[in-house]
Every structure is written in C-alpha cells, then in structure tokens.
Ligand binder design. Structure first.
Ligand SMILES: C[S@@+](CC[C@H](N)C(=O)[O-])C[C@H]1O[C@@H](n2cnc3c(N)ncnc32)[C@H](O)[C@@H]1O
Length: 332
C-alpha cells in the first residue's frame, strides 16, 4: 500500500520538478540494472556494435529495450544501424575503474540498511583486498606516484610502506633513488601484488614484504627515513586513523618524513563527496578525513610542518588526491 498521504486533490500538475525526479531515477535505475546484469560490461568491452544485447545476455527483450533507450538518452549508450555501442566515456571507464563498470555499479549497491543502520549488509561487508584490486589501484595511481616521488627528496635507506598493497607509492620512490629500498607491510595475500609490481621496475631485490595486520601486529623495527601511509587512513575511523599516524610517526628516524596520501578535497566538491559516499559503500568505516584533521594528527604525533601537495592533476583532475608530508624533528 502506498505510504503517500497527500490528498490527490492537493496535487500540482506534473511539472519540471516531478519530471526531474522521474528522469533522474529512471537513469540511475537503468544504470544500476545494466551494471548488475552484465549489460554495461558487454557494451563497454565489445569490439563493435552489439546487434541484440538482450539475446546475448538472455534478458527480456522488451524491458531491455526500455533500459537501453534510457541509457541512450543519458549518453551512456548509442544506437546505430548495426546495433548498440557504449559511449566512449563508458569504454574508458571500463578500463579506468578497478572492477570495471559492472564491478563499480555492484560495489555501490548498498541497500536501505546503509541509511537506516549506517551499516553495510552482509553482502557488502568488508571483503579483503585482493592482489588484483591493489594492482588495479597501482595503474590508477601510477602516474601520481611517479610525480610525488619526483617532487620529494630522494631517500637513502628503507621506506616503510604501511598498507602497501602493490606498494606503488614507495616503489616509485625507490625507483628514483638508488639508495632506497621498500619494506611493504600488508596482509599476506596482498603482498603478492607488491612482488609483482616490483619485478618490472627492477626492484625485486630492494623489496621486503612483511605480512602483518596494522591494527594489532608489531611493525618492522625502525627507525625509517620515510614512512608511507597511502590510501589507508580513509579505511579507519578518526581515533584509529590518528593512532596509525602516531605509530607511523614513532617509526621515523630523526628528520625522516611521514607521507600520507589520500583524498584531500573539501565538502561541497562533488567529486570528493561522491568519493566519500562510495568509500563508505565499499568499506564499513570508509571516510574522507578533512585535511586539517590529518595535519593535526601529524602535529600531535610530534611531526613538524605538514605540507599539502595536491596530486589531482596527475589523476586527470578527477580525484582530489593529495599527499601530506610532515617531518620528524632532528635529534637534539
Ligand atoms: C586502498 S588500499 C591502498 C593500497 C596502496 N597503499 C595504494 O595506495 O595503492 C588499502 C590497503 O590497506 C591494507 N590494509 C587495510 N587494513 C589493513 C590492516 N588492518 N592490516 C594490514 N593491511 C591493511 C589493504 O590490504 C590494502 O592493501
């Protein structure tokens, strides 16, 4: 039964506002359904036009035609004489996004409990990172990592990379500094990605992979001239994230640098806000910490002069990514 208690007589004639909601919702649902049935991936990966997508995926022809038409109107799909094609932006998104377009739509499919209980359902609860996922992140962020490494002083000694994944940030630092090596800490299954990433860079013999849970296991003994926390703090609530910063700072040598890489945009920036929502839809505590807070945690951990280096140009301006670099005091 409808929960709408508005008397029918009090209704206004349908105007731009009602139409806006109908159109927006139809487009969002069409995208969602297409992503959950393989339709987006089929079109995004096809070499040419797909004459009959419904037949290719054993979907209902009539409802698939309706969804396809809405996707055409929304500039997601085009139709020519020989069939349907993904628009070029969707083809690019398929290779840009970890998990592709279908994987992304599915990962963002949290149900009402997300708002009602502030939680993800069992189906979406934290899945561990796989080597494939973190290698995907490496290709997303490889250019930014090389740019950051070039902008920072060259390290002589070991770089401790916490929650390293493919260790893309620290390996780029080592690639640009002959005296540097990488100590990559992550969960055991993920570390294979760091080994795979080190090979092509010729850095296999300068990588030490250490299996540990950051929240409860001891870390390799320092002190380290540089510690990296890249795309890790956004997985933790503020007190836990601040605790990681404190432990990371304690692992630094005198004069060493803590390098935090994460989203740094401000509330009201649509890209940052969408990133914050999708982080929480993927991770139980996913969040974008305000830059001021990240800097305050670094200062509270005894580090000096946190400097923010925007990296968004290296990600094509599409993600407000940045590095915050703070320095441990020199010995007295
Ligand atoms: C978003 S990925 C970032 C990977 C890499 N630093 C990068 O920027 O490409 C987060 C990484 O943190 C690791 N991680 C999360 N929680 C962890 C924990 N409690 N102990 C060890 N590693 C953890 C994950 O396995 C994953 O590799």
């Amino acid at each position: 039964m409808s929960q709408d208690s508005t008397p029918a007589r009090g209704r206004r004639p349908l105007g731009p506002s009602g139409a806006r909601l109908l159109t927006t919702m139809a487009q969002a649902r069409a995208l969602d359904l297409a992503g959950r049935t393989g339709l987006l991936r089929l079109l995004a990966r096809a070499d040419g036009p797909v004459p009959d997508p419904a037949a290719a995926l054993s979907l209902d022809p009539e409802t698939t035609a309706l969804v396809l038409q809405v996707l055409i109107d929304a500039d997601v799909v085009s139709r020519g004489p020989d069939g349907f094609r993904a628009r070029p932006w969707l083809v690019e998104a398929e290779s840009e996004l970890v998990g592709g377009v279908d994987g992304t739509v599915q990962a963002l499919g949290a149900g009402p409990e997300f708002l009602q209980q502030g939680a993800l359902s069992a189906a979406f609860r934290q899945r561990s990172y796989s080597p494939e996922t973190v290698l995907g992140l490496a290709s997303m962020f490889g250019a930014a990592a090389a740019g950051l490494a070039a902008a920072l002083p060259k390290v002589d000694g070991a770089i401790l990379d916490l929650g390293a994944g493919s260790a893309t940030w620290s390996l780029q630092m080592a690639a640009q500094a002959p005296g540097a090596r990488v100590v990559a800490v992550d969960r055991a299954p993920v570390l294979e990605a760091a080994r795979l990433a080190a090979g092509p860079l010729g850095l296999s013999d300068r990588l030490q992979a250490v299996a540990a849970d950051l929240t409860c296991d001891p870390w390799p003994a320092g002190p380290f001239p540089r510690v990296v926390l890249a795309n890790v703090l956004h997985l933790f609530r503020p007190p836990a994230a601040a605790g990681l910063v404190e432990r990371a700072a304690a692992a630094l040598a005198a004069g060493g640098q803590l390098v935090v890489v994460d989203a740094i945009g401000s509330v009201g920036d649509p890209t940052r806000d969408a990133y914050a929502l999708q982080l929480r839809m993927r991770q139980p505590h996913g969040t974008v910490h305000p830059v001021d807070e990240l800097c305050a945690w670094m200062r509270a951990a005894g580090l000096r002069d946190p400097q923010v280096l925007p990296l968004s140009t290296q990600t094509g301006g599409v993600l407000p990514l940045g590095a915050i670099v703070a320095t441990a005091p020199e010995s007295p």
